[in-house]
Ligand binder design. Structure first.
Ligand SMILES: [Zn+2]
Length: 286
């Protein structure tokens, strides 16, 4: 019994010591997985992938810069929507706070550009903004980008990074699941390609709608992907879940993903799929 009480004590001390390591904000970045502290510039040069393989989160603009050819990106304006449909307490202030902190209008950035010369429309979620949650603005931005892609007969990709539906928009937020799925169906019916790339984390309503509707459903290594959280499922089914449950690798093994692609290979991967699916492509010459 004594040993039982002693063990956690030692563990807690170790954890708090680790947390006490002060890292200068911006200059250095600490890896949450292996605890390595390295120069942010060095990390950026390695596409924000740690030497241990951990994929640090990217901002939406960093993602665009990594995937698209330099100088080819045109960003779309976000469609105007009613900002606070339910007049939820403190919500406008929270939105304003995130806008100032991130420099973004909303939790998504959309645009069109070229990947090794191949045109592509992209919607990239940014988890720094309200945890990448999906409200009316995110739904409208995705719908507009897909509508544009369908009209111009272009392939589309969505990089998901989201905590799910936006709590402060209630039912309006849930409606975005159906809305984005509808526009993707029209895009698909037109015979066009959609690549979904799930990044850490892709959860809730986003995982239950556009994130899983790709012709290709791929993910970055180690990303958390799931609908409900581990604790809720464990409490419901009264069973302990495996350690790697809801990770990209687990989902790939279970047949829920087509591939897990390292950030270093992502551009070449996209380029290959886009080349194979480009209209008028003569497959005989490949
Ligand atoms: Zn690391």
């Amino acid at each position: 019994m004594q040993a039982f009480f002693r063990k956690p004590k030692k563990f807690v001390t170790l954890t708090s010591k680790e947390q006490r390591v002060d890292v200068p904000v911006g200059l250095m970045t600490k890896c949450p997985k292996c605890k390595l502290i390295q120069y942010t510039k060095q990390l950026e040069a390695n596409l924000r992938v740690c030497t241990c393989g951990y994929h640090h989160p990217l901002t939406a603009h960093e993602r665009f810069a990594q995937l698209f050819d330099e100088g080819t990106i045109t960003y779309f304006d976000l469609p105007a929507v009613k900002a606070d449909p339910l007049q939820f307490q403190d919500y406008p202030e929270k939105l304003k706070g995130d806008q100032v902190r991130t420099g973004l209008e909303e939790a998504i950035v959309c645009g069109v550009g070229r990947v090794n010369g191949h045109p592509l429309v992209a919607c990239v979620m940014d988890a720094r903004f309200r945890m990448g949650s999906m409200g009316a603005a995110v739904g409208a931005a995705i719908a507009e980008a897909i509508r544009y892609a369908t009209k111009e007969r272009l392939p589309v990709t969505i990089f998901s990074a989201s905590g799910g539906a936006r709590m402060q928009e209630g039912m309006v937020s849930l409606m975005q699941m159906a809305k984005s799925s509808l526009f993707l169906k029209q895009h698909s019916d037109a015979g066009l390609l959609y690549i979904s790339c799930m990044t850490h984390p892709t959860t809730g309503g986003v995982s239950a709608s556009f994130a899983m509707l790709g012709d290709f459903n791929i993910a970055e290594p180690g990303a958390l992907i799931g609908f409900a959280g581990r604790r809720i499922i464990e409490q419901t089914i009264r069973e302990k879940l495996p350690e790697d449950f809801q990770t990209s690798e687990f989902l790939l093994q279970a047949g829920q993903l087509d591939d897990v692609v390292s950030r270093h290979d992502l551009k070449a991967y996209y380029s290959r799929i886009l080349m194979m699916h480009s209209e008028g492509n003569n497959h005989a010459t490949i």
